[in-house]
Design a protein around this ligand. Sequence first.
Ligand SMILES: [Zn+2]
Length: 337
Amino acid sequence: MKPTILAGLLVCSALGGGCASSPVPFSPPQTSAGASSSQGERVPPASTEAEPSGRPAVTASRSPLECSQTALQGGYIVCRTHPLMVVTLDGDPVARADAQGLAVIGLSRSQPPTAVIGLAPPLDEPAPFDVRTARADVGVSPRTDGVSRFTMACGKIAPQTAEEARHAEVSEEKKAEALKEVFPPSGDLSFILPAKGRTSSPFGAVRTYVPDTSSCQGRTSVHNGLDIAVPTGTEVLAPAAGVVLLADPDLYFEGGAVFIDHGRGLVSVLMHMSRVDARTGDRVVQGQPLGLSGATGRVTGPHVHWGLKFRNLTSADRSGDLWIDPSVALSSAGGSL
Ligand SMILES: [Zn+2]
């Protein structure tokens, strides 16, 4: 079984009970019932018990906060709450619910086995209920990521000349500027693969880049996206609807690349394109062609790299941003809980 498919199955089965079937209906929070108390007394958190399989079974939280029942390290949790509430992960603000009350919480590859989700009041507004009583404990399955090794030219591993360093620096500035832009969601949370082809390298693999000469140092990093092996010239499609934050034919590491903001903190990045037809500021629908695949940037051959960045929209400096596993987005059913 390919690791990518394994990751997908893990997510599918993990989300099957609470995420892949019917959405959890959401009703406005009641301050006198459910998890809240007018006296502000503490309500016991949702209980966590181990199933015979060893997978933690988590009791769904009660209104005013409903979340996916389980998740995967490097994946994400979907929660439904009051619109515009700030959502916390293990005590830290990480997301803001959209106008429909839907929030996405990205998880790091080292997320502990239980993710504790809570709420904080919306900025500049009184809380509509006692947020201290809202809590959901979500079981997080561990990842098993592989290792891989690549041989490539020094200039593909890191900038070697002043000209390359300047190219890399300008590329970083363009990306940082683009990622300051935030748009409301353009659609639901359903995603498709950006190209039809074999997934050749999963998210999360630890990669060592070995130089093909002795004139530079190698480098080890985590593969922060999903690779699809397709020949140069294959159409690259928008994985979901959104707004193009950046479309550039020549970023240093990414090559021809398109960044799409899907809302709720999620940004797709399509890399190594031979032709970029999308333009910065375009609104795109799911499946819309963005350009053609290629082998530009830091690559060993033609493929589409799909990265999925989770942005912590409660943080102004992007310090809480994470790369998350796109295969999780493929296997969660349209944002249902
Ligand atoms: Zn890749």
